[in-house]
Design a protein around this ligand. Structure first.
Ligand SMILES: C[S@@+](CC[C@H](N)C(=O)[O-])C[C@H]1O[C@@H](n2cnc3c(N)ncnc32)[C@H](O)[C@@H]1O
Length: 193
């Protein structure tokens, strides 16, 4: 019965993923840059740095970049990789625990790239997908105008510790934000998208 229900959730979620063409990493970065420019973001905050390549691209567009990586080895690579950019700060820890403290001093339009998702073989935080905790921290921030992009929309299937796309949508809309999915990214903001 449970498998049957999961199968239907899978199908329903899949049909909700409009425009679900997968992008290459450089195409994803182009899209993130497009959102940064369009929103006039002054800050870029990334959860799940991996080796810091996306942060490096965004450091050319915004004033301040904060990127968070749970895995100490990846964080070390990211620090070295981003060393030439004085406006990038790489932090090591679970995003759900340290995001709030790190963004508390920010103000103004801020683009978030939420990509701290567990994949097999990687370091795991408290959950496979800390998205709700991250969103709650961002929505409660009093001084930023957030534009939020979440990677891997196709994986929000209510399996393997990931929530369903529908539950993310309900959560986001209950907090007064718009929600849409495009090219495997969830886009959340207060502007019309
Ligand atoms: C898909 S990679 C990120 C790619 C990167 N954002 C980019 O655009 O190039 C996901 C990263 O998230 C990290 N990660 C997983 N769970 C995390 C958590 N709870 N907090 C911070 N980082 C996490 C993983 O160690 C991994 O390096």
């Amino acid at each position: 019965m449970k498998s049957f229900l999961k199968f239907w959730f899978y199908l329903i979620n899949w049909t909700r993923i409009h425009d679900s063409i997968l992008l290459a990493p450089f195409e994803k970065r182009d899209r993130i840059i497009y959102f940064a420019k369009r929103s006039g973001s002054v800050n870029f905050v990334e959860t799940g740095s991996y080796h810091g390549d996306t942060s490096k691209e965004l450091a050319r567009i915004v004033d301040r970049v904060i990127t968070i990586e749970i895995d100490p080895a990846n964080a070390e690579v990211a620090k070295n990789n981003c060393a030439e950019f004085s406006n990038i700060s790489v932090f090591c820890g679970p995003s759900e625990d340290i995001l709030g403290g790190l963004i508390s001093g920010l103000a103004g339009p801020t683009l978030f790239w939420l990509d701290a998702h567990y994949q097999i073989g990687m370091t795991k935080g408290k959950s496979a997908c800390p998205l709700f905790l991250e969103l709650d921290i961002i929505f409660n921030h009093p001084r930023i105008s957030p534009i939020i992009l979440v990677d891997d929309a196709r994986k929000f299937l209510w399996i393997n510790g990931w929530p369903s796309l529908a539950s993310v949508r309900r959560f986001v809309e209950s907090r007064g934000y718009s929600f849409r999915v495009s090219h495997d990214m969830i886009c959340i903001g207060k502007f019309s998208m």
